[in-house]
Design a protein around this ligand. Structure first.
Ligand SMILES: [Zn+2]
Length: 214
């Protein structure tokens, strides 16, 4: 692979890009080569949680399922935080059981996510996708062992440059999520911000891929 797209909702089928495509249990697409699967906090439906977890557990035992997620906590939605925490923790138990990394959606709940990681003594890699916060939050997450994935806000938000520059090379990924731009465009800006060439950036991401997924 030349490029790795850590989190996207669509397949582009480019031979030089490895894509970790997000899937939902109730909407599973068998033709997608590599994916993550999880219950997103936005789509928690109480009477379907157990069925969804069963599907997730099934898929986690296959090689094409590289990670669990996106899952996590979002304080800006109406779904009760207690319910979100319970669904998130059930998915973390599965991640530990099948030794798969976790793609995390986190909105305004970083302290809760850090506390859950500590409380449950999670040993698999946890990656906060779509990172958009300041260097203080980034620094704390790095110190607690998280990885950060950048995409949309790196392209849209110039203030994120100084945050991204300071993230250690062995702790980040790049992604497109739902934006129109390509993963190459994200790599271009990231290499400019890190002041390295594309090849060096590709080596960094490849090495991070190996530590997290292999
Ligand atoms: Zn997403």
């Amino acid at each position: 692979m030349e490029f790795f797209n850590f989190h996207t909702h669509q397949t582009t089928n480019q031979p030089n890009v490895l894509e970790l495509v997000n899937q939902y249990p109730q909407d599973f697409e068998a033709s997608i080569p590599f994916y993550s699967i999880g219950i997103h906090p936005w789509y928690i439906t109480e009477d379907r949680i157990d069925d969804d977890l069963k599907i997730i557990e099934d898929k986690l035992q296959t090689e094409n399922c590289l990670a669990i997620g996106e899952c996590g906590l979002d304080k800006r939605i109406e779904v009760q935080l207690e319910l979100q925490i319970s669904v998130f923790e059930k998915q973390l138990i599965l991640a530990e059981k099948y030794k798969k990394p976790v793609v995390i959606h986190c909105v305004a709940a970083f302290q809760e996510v850090i506390a859950i990681k500590k409380k449950m003594k999670i040993s698999v890699p946890m990656i906060i996708h779509g990172f958009s916060k300041n260097d203080q939050v980034a620094g704390q997450l790095i110190k607690e062992g998280f990885y950060l994935s950048f995409g949309k806000y790196l392209l849209r938000n110039p203030e994120l440059k100084t945050v991204f520059e300071q993230v250690p090379d062995d702790r980040f990924f790049l992604e497109t999520d739902t934006i129109e731009e390509t993963i190459e465009q994200v790599y271009n800006l990231a290499s400019e911000y890190k002041n390295i060439n594309i090849k060096e950036l590709q080596e960094i991401i490849s090495s991070n891929y190996k530590s997290v997924f292999e």
